[in-house]
Design a protein around this ligand. Structure first.
Ligand SMILES: [Zn+2]
Length: 229
């Protein structure tokens, strides 16, 4: 597939948030999103490998697709979950249940909903190119966490990587992308939690390889097109 680079966003520290798009107009787009949490290198790595495959795979029918390899570029450089304001970008989106309260510093939702430039940039993209399905790559325990109408996507990928599947992760996540994209755009979100390297796996390559077949087949399937109608 051929991608063009769109105008990038800027992080708090002035770093570039790169974004790439296939040259197709469609009512809804598939989003591949990485590095919402800057220290979750496993998820970033899986998306990086997937994106380089997509760029070199010319037999695939072009999907209307947008790729943001690393949203929280400052956090990625500084190896922190949070951005340079110490805000958790996945608690800062303007959901109906957004709240300024938090118990642990790593879940700091910010002074108000959508206060952070990284999220403002993401929401502008969504407004311009409406999401039909979002895969957001994270790291935790391996789990395919589906919000909205994408249980079938989780089940499809589960056949290959055998990760657990869940519609919620056991605690509330106000201000999260999974809640926000369903609420505002009716777009399902698969929060794709990769296993943690230091506790679960030998290498980043191993994590990519256990996800490679499922992700490649999914992106070549009719299922992905059904979500973009
Ligand atoms: Zn995360």
């Amino acid at each position: 597939m051929i991608f063009s680079e769109l105008e990038s966003g800027a992080s708090l520290e002035g770093h570039q948030i790169s974004v790439f798009k296939t040259d197709i107009k469609a009512p809804r787009y598939l989003y591949l999103l990485g590095g919402v949490h800057g220290d979750e290198v496993e998820g970033v790595y899986v998306l990086k490998e997937l994106f380089s495959w997509l760029k070199n795979e010319h037999s695939l029918k072009d999907l209307p697709m947008i790729v943001v390899p690393i949203l929280n570029v400052d956090g990625y450089k500084n190896q922190t979950r949070v951005n340079a304001h110490l805000v958790d970008l996945n608690r800062n989106l303007p959901t109906k249940d957004w709240s300024g309260a938090f118990k642990e510093a790593k879940y700091n939702p910010g002074p108000k909903a959508l206060s952070e430039p990284e999220n403002q940039f993401l929401v502008k993209l969504f407004d311009k190119y409406r999401p039909g399905l979002i895969l957001s790559f994270h790291t935790w325990k391996p789990i395919l966490n589906y919000n909205g109408d994408c249980k079938d996507v989780a089940e499809y990928i589960h056949q290959f990587n055998h990760y657990d599947m869940a519609s919620d992760i056991g605690y509330p996540t106000p201000g999260s992308l999974g809640t926000f994209a369903v609420e505002k755009y009716g777009s399902p979100v698969l929060t794709y939690e990769c296993p943690e390297l230091k506790t679960h796996r030998e290498s980043l390559k191993e994590i990519w390889h256990e996800n490679e077949e499922g992700l490649k087949k999914f992106l070549s399937s009719d299922l992905v097109w059904n979500k973009l109608k």
